[in-house]
Design a protein around this ligand. Structure first.
Ligand code: ASP
Ligand code: MG
Length: 404
C-alpha cells in the first residue's frame, strides 16, 4: 500500500463546490487502495483578505499576530475538506500545524521547517483515516507560537510531510495542469513539460515561475521526494519533478523561459576601493533581512567603485533607508534606484554541455532591440535584467529562439 500526499491550492478549495470536488478526487485515491494525506491552502483570496485587514489596523503590525491571523485561512479549509470526506462516507480527520508537529524556527511570516514529528498522522493513517493537514503553518517548539512559512508555503508543507513520512509521491494539485516551458499567458504556444529535474525546477521557481514555492522544490531535492504538478479541475497528465536516474530524459538545451517583474535595482556610487566596504554594505543589508539577488561591482577608477544590486521591488523602500545609512558608513558618494526593471531567464541542465547559449540569448534580445542592464549566470541558467516594459516581448522572443 502506498502513501500519497495530495496538496490542493487556494483556487482548488475556493468554494464549497470546489471543496466537494477535491473530496471526490481524494476519495478516488483512497478507493484505489492508497493511504492519503491531504494538505490544503486557504480558500483563494482568504490570505490576502486577512493581510489587508491587518494593514488597515496597523501597517507596522506585529509578525507574531500576522502569523496567528493568516494561519486561520488554512485552519478553516482543512476541516471543511475533512467534513466533505466524512459526508461522502470516508474516515477523515483534519489537523493543524501544531497537531502534526510541524516544528519551525522563530522567524514569523517566513519560518523555516526544522522537522515534522508526525506521530498523530502515522496513528491516524494506521487507523484508516484520511489526514487533512492545514498547510502553510507551523510552530516554534520553544514558545509554542504559531508561525507561517511564507506566501505559497503550503507547497512546502506538503513536501515536508511527504519527506517526513517517506511518502511515495507528493502530488501538487493546482489550477494549471503542469509546469510549462513559459507562462502560457505570455507565450501562446508554450508546452507542458512532462519531466523536469528538481535542479531545473528550483531555478524556474526561484526565477519567477509561480507554480511551486521554490522552498518546496529545494526540500524535494534534498530529500529526494518526487513531486507531480497536476490540475485539480481536469484529469490530465501533469509534470513530474524528479531526480531519479530512471526518469532522466534527453537533455534539451533550454527547458524553460521565465520572468520576474518584482525586481528593482539600487546603485551605490563612489564606494572607496578598500577591503571591507562590500562586506559592510551586504552585512548591513543581510541584518535588515533584505534578500539581494544579482550583484555587480565595476572595476574601480580613481579609488572608487560603483556597486549595483537587485532586490524585490516590494523591499525597495525599506532597503533605500538602510542603504542611506550604509553608504554614509562606508563613505560612498550617492545612491540611485530603479524600479522599472524585470529579470528574464532561461533554464536548462543541457546548458552544461552546450556552448554559445549565452551568446544566443544576448543576440535574441539585441535583435528585438532590448537592452541588457545586468547579467547573471549559473551552470544551468542565464538571467538578464532588462527594462520592465519589454518583459513579455523578451520572453516570447527567447521562447521562439530556444524552445518552439
Ligand atoms: N495561503 C497561503 C498563501 O496564500 C499559503 C498557500 O496558499 O500556499 O500564500
Ligand atoms: Mg501556490
Amino acid at each position: 500500500m502506498s502513501l500519497i500526499v495530495m496538496k490542493f491550492g487556494g483556487t482548488s478549495v475556493g468554494s464549497v463546490d470546489r471543496i466537494k470536488n477535491v473530496a471526490t478526487l481524494v476519495a478516488k485515491k483512497v478507493d484505489a487502495g492508497h493511504k492519503v494525506i491531504v494538505v490544503v491552502s486557504a480558500m483563494s483570496g482568504e490570505t490576502d483578505r486577512l493581510i489587508k485587514l491587518l494593514n488597515e489596523i496597523d501597517e507596522d503590525y506585529s509578525h507574531r499576530e500576522y502569523d496567528q491571523l493568516v494561519s486561520t485561512g488554512e485552519s478553516a479549509s482543512a476541516p471543511l475538506l475533512a467534513q466533505s470526506l466524512i459526508s461522502i462516507g470516508h474516515k477523515a480527520k483534519s489537523f493543524t500545524g501544531i497537531q502534526i508537529g510541524m516544528q519551525t524556527d522563530k522567524s514569523h511570516s517566513k519560518a523555516r521547517i526544522l522537522g515534522v514529528t508526525g506521530e498523530r498522522l502515522v496513528k491516524a493513517l494506521d487507523e484508516g483515516f484520511v489526514c487533512v493537514v492545514a498547510g502553510f503553518q507551523g510552530f516554534d517548539p520553544e514558545s509554542l507560537d504559531i508561525t507561517t512559512l511564507g506566501r505559497g508555503g503550503s507547497d512546502t508543507t506538503a513536501v515536508a510531510v511527504a519527506a517526513a513520512l517517506k511518502a511515495d509521491c507528493c502530488e501538487i494539485y493546482t489550477d494549471v495542469d503542469g509546469v510549462y516551458t513559459a507562462d502560457p499567458r505570455i507565450v501562446a504556444n508554450a508546452k507542458k513539460i512532462d519531466v523536469i529535474s528538481h535542479e531545473e525546477m528550483l531555478e524556474l521557481a526561484s526565477l519567477g515561475a509561480k507554480v511551486l514555492q521554490s522552498r518546496s522544490v529545494e526540500l524535494g531535492m534534498n530529500f529526494n521526494v518526487d513531486i507531480v504538478v497536476l490540475s485539480s479541475l481536469e484529469d490530465l497528465p501533469g509534470t513530474l519533478v524528479t531526480s531519479k536516474e530512471e526518469n532522466a530524459v534527453e537533455k534539451v538545451m533550454v527547458t524553460g523561459v521565465t520572468s520576474d517583474k518584482n525586481q528593482s535595482k539600487i546603485t551605490i556610487s563612489g564606494v572607496p576601493d578598500k577591503p571591507g566596504r562590500a562586506s559592510d554594505i551586504f552585512t548591513g543589508l543581510a541584518e535588515a533581512n533584505i534578500n539581494i539577488d544579482i550583484i555587480i561591482q565595476n572595476t574601480a577608477r580613481d579609488g572608487v567603485a560603483n556597486i549595483s544590486f537587485t532586490l524585490p521591488k516590494t523591499d525597495l523602500v525599506k532597503s533605500l533607508a538602510v542603504c542611506k545609512e550604509l553608504a554614509e558608513k562606508v563613505g560612498a558618494i550617492s545612491i540611485t534606484s530603479n524600479e522599472d526593471i524585470a529579470k528574464v531567464s532561461i533554464v536548462g541542465v543541457g546548458m552544461k554541455s552546450h556552448s554559445g547559449v549565452a551568446a544566443k540569448m544576448f543576440n535574441t534580445l539585441y535583435k528585438n532591440d532590448i537592452n541588457i542592464d545586468m547579467i547573471s549566470t549559473s551552470e544551468i541558467k542565464i538571467s538578464c535584467v532588462i527594462e520592465e516594459k519589454s518583459t513579455e516581448r523578451a520572453v516570447k522572443a527567447l521562447h521562439d529562439t530556444f524552445i518552439s
